[in-house]
Design a protein around this ligand. Structure first.
Ligand code: GLN
Ligand code: ZN
Length: 754
């Protein structure tokens, strides 16, 4: 019985790669220094897997920036603007594509399936030429082989991230790409590889017949180069559609199939009903997307049941997907208590779990290890820290019923306007103001108890008063307090809610050297005390203009956390919604008339399969409405979203029933506005961002005025708001002040023309 790991985090247990990369980019260290850190990290990962007893150890899961960019480099698909001279692609061209350089901007980045990992999107234009231009896959394979030579393990393999990243790597180019893949395969074979893994997560998406045919013909084309090799095709992140499963398992040159059996309840039925004889099944039972210890007894019985369809020596225990989507090593967690730690497994622990399962299947069950796991599972089920009866009841009561404000949005807007008395085209910002070094230091010192509560409070108050004054001077209509007390829009709330735990080193790569540290939701969520009321009231007391209360919405908190797996996601979301509802009501009672509930991550929670969209959107939107269904008509509820491509979910957005929505728009007016041009009726307030806050560039008054005019061509004057794209926390005051000055002047100019 064998074990296999799909892929492993490359940042290192203490983000060693991040620091090495950033130091190299800053010119503080050499390429050799960077390469040394990378080599050491790879070696330690291979050794760790080997020591754990993993049979199929992956190579080429490392990357200096992104595995898709590595594939782009392998194919020599360097866009012209990087003036690549040919030959083997070096670090300088590679990082220019990833991050841009002094003269040329970076390539575009987008989310990897439904994860929080971002990849660099290949640019395949009509003039693109492919050549084999990065031998990384082969050199990494050789490196792994050398590293593991003195071990008893024989099989290493290559992780050639899929031919199809998404539709953008269009089928049109397959003919030119395949010869390069053949070359790589041949070289790997010559280097001694006996297994090659192809990652094809695209296969879990809804593909049409044309796409499936292209898939079949691509692998048919590669088949000749597969002789003498074992080829594994890995799929993950969701159930594989039946048609795709049929296509995949009909490939003749392939030896093995890997499936995500954690998010694949239906996939396992497909496997049970028919699995090609003589092929290997890589059963992804250990979850690569969360931080929970596996329920080993349950996984073992799943695996045993599969022995009825796959012969014993062809059943391989694996992870559901690459472990790069989970944290690295629990060993470095000093803040978590032992009870919570016993419930968790990060990548390093998951490697051990996979191997323990394989051994158990082979009749060598480590009884003590399994018994400890049973005890941990039981403690998690029965711990009073997990269960809060009251919360359970309140959340259960929400199911099946609908919650929305009693009055319709246009009547509400009238009632609000009587109270707020805002000018036409009201101006506002999204929440945060620049986070200066001083500010970060104050928060850090307070956390480390180096300054007193009083000193901290005074420093934050001073910052708020500065931000309020700036906004008054700029003549902005609806103000924000600037969020100086928050390090992160989810962490800030999670730290004050019950049922959340925080790690010290639970980092997950988001893009390049950037990592996030998602909170862990382990128990029923409740809000013991108000979280933002003090600061919002303080801010409101400093001005006679309306001050927005600023909250993060339940769906965003859920989507940016590691969520418990012992109840459905919607259940947890409803609990968070109830906690935020209490906050909303306390803000209202505290005299806050405008409350913004950010749902920055609502769209990214969309399931991969279209058939599951409606269910998700239904509970996600319902959760948002629960937070504010109880407020008076005169309380204005805003929401904010960080994307403009919501053409497909516009009806859900309308169904959120917010009074005002501010959204990202600046990178494309057309996309967003086309929704309204096509006749979607939108009656609530809407503020499509008038300039891009992701860039230091300061937009001119004319440019902003021009954008506002474009919006007025499709939207009613009385619903349009004027605001930037997103929060200003990553910008400098020297950028923010002139940009907002121009935003207000543009608005005033247009007001005179109405
Ligand atoms: N209110 C938050 C801010 O301004 C919103 C951030 C976001 O949408 N990502 O920072
Ligand atoms: Zn945003």
């Amino acid at each position: 019985m064998a074990s296999h790991i799909v892929g492993y985090p490359r940042m290192g247990p203490k983000r060693e790669l991040k620091f090495a990369l950033e130091s190299f980019w800053d010119g503080k260290s050499s390429a050799e220094d960077l390469e040394k850190v990378a080599t050491d990290l790879r070696a330690s990962i291979w050794k760790q897997m080997s020591e754990a007893g993993i049979k199929y150890i992956p190579s080429n899961t490392f990357s200096y920036y992104d595995q898709v960019l590595d594939t782009t480099a392998m194919l020599g698909a360097v866009p012209e603007r990087y003036s690549w001279a040919g030959g083997e692609i070096g670090l300088s061209t590679y990082f220019s594509m990833a991050r841009g350089n002094a003269t040329v901007p970076a390539m575009e980045m987008t989310k990897w399936f439904d994860t929080n990992y971002h990849f660099i999107v290949p640019e395949l234009g009509p003039t693109i030429k492919f050549t084999y231009a990065s031998h990384k896959a082969v050199s990494e394979y050789k490196e792994a082989k050398a590293c593991l030579l003195d071990q008893s393990h024989t099989c290493c393999f290559l992780n050639l991230p899929r031919v199809w990243t998404n539709r953008s790597l269009s089928f049109h180019f397959l003919g030119s790409i395949l010869p390069i893949y053949k070359e790589v395969v041949a070289e790997l074979k010559a280097a001694g590889a006996s297994w090659i893994q192809f990652d094809e997560p695209t296969l879990v998406k809804d593909l049409d017949a044309h796409e499936l045919a292209a898939f079949t013909s691509a692998y048919a084309e590669l088949e000749s180069s597969f002789s003498g090799l074992n080829v594994l095709i890995e799929t993950y992140f969701a159930d594989i559609p039946a048609e795709n499963y049929k296509t995949l398992t009909s490939l003749s040159g392939v030896t093995a199939y890997g499936f995500d059996l954690v998010r694949g309840a239906k996939t396992i039925d497909l496997v049970r009903s028919s699995f090609p004889s003589g092929k290997y099944l890589f059963a992804g039972v250990v979850d690569g997307r969360n931080i929970w210890a596996d329920d080993l007894a349950a996984s073992l019985s799943t695996l045993e049941s599969l022995e009825a369809v796959v012969c014993k020596d062809k059943l391989v225990v694996s992870t559901s997907c690459s472990l790069m989507h989970t944290a690295v090593d629990l060993v470095n967690e000093t803040k978590l208590d032992d009870e919570i730690k016993s419930w968790l497994a990060f990548a390093a622990q998951k490697v051990v779990e996979v191997n323990a399962l394989a051994k158990a299947l082979a009749g060598q069950k480590d009884e003590a290890y399994f018994a400890a796991n049973v005890a941990a599972q039981a403690s998690r089920r029965s711990s009073p820290r997990v269960t809060n009866e009251e919360v359970q009841k309140a959340a259960a009561a929400l199911r099946g019923s609908d919650h929305r404000r009693a009055t319709n949005v246009s009547a509400r807007l009238d009632a609000q306007q009587k109270k707020l008395n805002l000018p036409v085209l009201p101006t506002t910002t999204i929440g945060s103001f620049p986070q200066t070094m001083d500010l970060r230091r104050v928060r850090r010192e307070y956390k480390a108890k180096k300054i007193s509560e009083e000193e901290y409070t005074n420093a934050i108050k001073e910052e708020i008063s500065k931000v309020v004054k700036i906004q008054e001077e700029l003549d902005i209509d609806v103000l924000v307090h600037g969020e100086p007390e928050r390090n992160d829009m989810v962490e800030y709330f999670g730290e004050q809610l019950s049922g959340f735990a925080f790690t010290a080193n639970g980092w997950v790569q988001s893009y390049g050297s950037r990592c996030v540290k998602p909170p862990i939701i382990y128990g029923d969520v409740s809000r013991p005390n108000p979280m933002t009321v003090y600061w919002s009231k303080t801010a409101q007391s400093m001005t006679s203009r309306p001050m927005k209360g600023m909250l993060t919405g339940p769906v965003t908190i859920l989507n940016w956390s590691f969520v418990r797996n012992d109840q459905p996601r919607f259940e947890t979301c409803y609990q968070i919604a109830l906690a935020i509802k209490k906050e909303v009501e306390d803000l209202e009672a505290g005299g806050i008339q405008v409350i913004q509930i950010d749902e920055a991550a609502l769209r990214e929670g969309l399931p991969l399969r279209k058939s599951e969209h409606a269910f998700y959107l239904d509970w996600a939107v319902h959760s948002f409405r629960i937070t504010n269904c109880g407020v008076q008509d005169t309380t204005q509820i805003h929401t904010h979203m960080c994307y403009s491509n919501f053409n497909d979910i516009i009806h859900s957005i309308i169904d959120m029933d917010a009074d005002v929505i501010t959204i990202e728009n600046s990178r494309s007016d057309e996309k967003l506005l086309s929704v309204f041009r096509e006749g979607v009726k939108y009656g609530a307030g809407i503020g499509p961002g008038v300039y891009d806050i992701h860039s230091p560039r300061i937009p001119s008054t004319e440019e902003i005025a021009d954008r506002i005019n474009k919006m007025l061509a499709v939207l009613d004057t009385n619903i349009l708001w004027v605001n930037p794209d997103c929060g200003l926390k990553t910008r400098k005051y020297t950028e923010v002040k002139p940009a907002l000055t121009n935003m207000v002047s543009a608005t005033k100019l247009i007001r005179t023309q109405l």
